[in-house]
Design a protein around this ligand. Structure first.
Ligand code: NDP
Ligand code: HSE
Length: 437
C-alpha cells in the first residue's frame, strides 16, 4: 500500500450534508487517498448538540462542541454549518491558520464572499465551494476553470429545488401552491424557513455566486433583482400551459452590451419558458443550469440540486482538490474579479412579457389598451381574448392575454400602471417575463 502524507481534515457541521461527508470520507478513505495523493484524516467534527440524532453513524469520540481547537492545526477545514456566524469567523480563522477551506455555504459566500476570498488571497490559501450553487451539479468548476478561456454571455438556471418541485406539481397535477409547499417541507427540500426558497432568496444567493464567476465581477447580493413564486396561482399555471409555456423560477445572469460599454444583469423571478426549451423538462426538485458562451455555444448542466448525500458528492470533490493543492504547494488560485462590470438595475433590462388583463367587454376597449401600450413603447406580438362574463344588463368582462416583443422593464412597468389606471381595465391578472426564446 502506498504511504501517503497525512492531511488533517476538520469538519464543522454534521447535519444533512456534513453527516454524509463524514460517512463517505470514512467509507472511501483509501480510494480518496489514491485520488488525492494524500491520506485524509478526519480529526474531529464540530456540532451544536452532541446527542442530536445523525443521519449516519459517526464515532462519538470525533464529535465536539468546540470548533476552535479543531481548526487550529487542520490542513483542510470543511464548513457545513450554514448561516453567516459563526461560519464566517471559523472560515477566516481556518484561512489565517494556513488551511484550505471547503464550504457549501451560499448564504455566506453571497454576502461575505469578497472578504473571504481576499483573506485567502493574502495567505495563498484556496476556498472551494462547488456545492454552494446547484448542489451535486458541477457548475462552479466549469465556470471557474473550463470556461475561463471563453466569454459567458448568459446563464439561465433552475437553482432552487423546492420551488421547482412546487411549480412542477402545480403544472403537472393542477395542485395549489400551499398544498405542495407542505409536501416539499416534508420531503426535506425546503430550508428550515421556506421563505428563503419561495421568496427567491436562496436562488438569488446562488445567482450572485454564478454571475460573479461567469462575468469575473464581484456581484453583491443587493445587485440581484429578486421575486419569489408566492403570487403564482393555478390560474396562471393553466394560462401558461394553454399558451405553450411553463412557469419556472429562473436565475438569469446576462452580459449586456450597450453604447456605454458592457454591463451585466442578474435577476431571479418566475418566468414563462416555452415547453420545448430544455429547462422546461426539469422536473421535481432537480436543478439545471443552461450556459451560453461565445465560443462553446449552449451547454446544459443537470442533476440533483439538493439532498444530503448528493451534495456531499460535490463537497468530497472539493476535498480531493484541496488535498491535491495542499500537497503540490504554491499559492491557491484566487477569484478573478478583474472585469468589474457594472450591474444594471432591473429597470434597464430588456425582455419579452406576457400581460394578462381583465377588461370591460365593450367597443373600443382593445383599441384603448393598444394605444396605451403603443404610447409606452411596448410593441404587441400576440393578443388572445376570451369572454369570461357575458354582458347582461351590466358590461361583460373579457380576459386579454398580450404577448409583447422585447421591451424595457421600466417602460413596461409604467405602461402596466397606466393600463391599471385606465378605467377600461378591471384587473391586471399577471405580468410575467418570457425567457428562453
Ligand atoms: P443542517 O442544518 O442539516 O446541519 C448543520 C450542522 O451544523 C448541524 O450538524 C449543526 O449541529 C451544526 N452547527 C450549526 N451551527 C453550529 C454551531 N454554532 N456550532 C457547531 N455546530 C453547528 O444543514 P445542511 O447540512 O442542510 O447544510 C449545510 C450547508 O450546506 C449549508 O450552508 C447549506 O446551505 C448547504 N447546502 C445544503 C444542501 C442540502 O440539500 N441540505 C444543498 C446545498 C448546499 P447539530 O446537528 O448539533 O445541530
Ligand atoms: N432549499 C434549497 C433548494 C436546498 O430547495 O434548492 C439546496 O440549496
Amino acid at each position: 500500500m502506498t504511504e501517503y502524507r497525512r492531511l488533517r481534515v476538520a469538519l464543522l457541521g454534521a447535519g444533512a450534508v456534513g453527516s454524509q461527508v463524514a460517512a463517505l470520507l470514512r467509507k472511501h478513505g483509501d480510494e480518496l487517498a489514491d485520488r488525492a495523493g494524500a491520506a485524509l484524516d478526519l480529526v474531529g467534527i464540530a456540532v451544536r448538540d452532541l446527542d442530536a440524532p445523525r443521519d449516519t453513524d459517526l464515532p462519538r469520540e470525533l464529535l465536539t462542541t468546540d470548533p476552535e481547537p479543531l481548526i487550529v492545526g487542520a490542513d483542510i477545514v470543511i464548513e457545513l454549518m450554514g448561516g453567516i456566524e459563526p461560519a464566517r469567523t471559523h472560515i477566516l480563522a481556518a484561512i489565517n491558520s494556513g488551511a484550505d477551506v471547503v464550504t457549501a455555504n451560499k448564504a455566506l459566500l453571497a454576502t461575505h464572499g469578497p472578504e473571504i476570498f481576499e483573506a485567502a488571497d493574502q495567505v495563498g490559501a484556496s476556498v472551494y465551494y462547488e456545492a454552494a450553487a446547484a448542489g451535486a451539479i458541477p457548475i462552479i468548476r466549469p465556470l471557474r476553470d473550463s470556461l475561463a478561456g471563453d466569454r459567458v454571455q448568459r446563464i439561465m438556471g433552475i437553482v432552487n429545488g423546492t420551488t421547482n418541485y412546487i411549480l412542477d406539481r402545480m403544472d403537472r397535477e393542477g395542485s395549489e401552491f400551499s398544498d405542495v409547499l407542505a409536501d416539499a417541507q416534508a420531503l426535506g427540500y425546503a430550508e428550515a424557513d421556506p421563505t428563503a426558497d419561495v421568496e427567491g432568496y436562496d436562488a438569488a444567493q446562488k445567482a450572485a455566486i454564478l454571475a460573479s464567476l461567469a462575468f469575473h465581477t464581484a456581484v453583491p447580493l443587493d445587485g440581484v433583482h429578486r421575486e419569489g413564486i408566492t403570487s403564482v396561482d393555478k390560474q396562471m399555471m393553466d394560462a401558461a400551459r394553454h399558451a405553450g409555456y411553463v412557469i419556472k423560477l429562473l436565475a438569469v445572469c446576462e452580459r449586456l452590451t450597450g453604447a456605454d460599454g458592457e454591463s451585466i444583469s442578474v435577476r431571479v423571478y418566475p418566468a414563462l419558458i416555452p415547453r420545448e426549451h430544455p429547462l422546461a423538462s426539469v422536473h421535481g426538485a432537480n436543478n439545471a443550469v443552461f450556459v451560453q458562451a461565445e465560443a462553446a455555444g449552449d451547454l446544459m448542466f443537470y442533476g440533483a440540486g439538493a439532498g444530503g448525500v448528493q451534495t456531499a458528492s460535490a463537497v468530497l470533490g472539493d476535498i480531493v482538490s484541496a488535498a491535491r493543492r495542499h500537497i503540490a504547494g504554491g499559492v491557491g488560485v484566487g477569484e478573478s474579479t478583474r472585469a468589474n462590470l457594472p450591474v444594471v438595475p432591473i429597470g434597464r433590462v430588456t425582455t419579452r412579457y406576457q400581460i394578462t388583463l381583465e377588461v370591460d367587454d365593450e367597443p373600443g376597449v382593445l383599441a384603448t389598451v393598444a394605444g396605451i401600450l403603443s404610447e409606452g413603447r411596448v410593441s404587441i406580438a400576440t393578443v388572445e381574448q376570451t369572454v369570461i362574463r357575458e354582458s347582461n344588463g351590466e358590461p361583460g368582462v373579457a380576459r386579454i392575454v398580450i404577448g409583447t416583443h422585447k421591451a424595457v422593464e421600466q417602460d413596461l412597468s409604467e405602461t402596466v400602471d397606466r393600463l391599471a389606471a385606465s378605467g377600461v381595465v378591471e384587473r391586471v391578472v399577471s405580468v410575467l417575463r418570457v425567457e428562453g426564446n
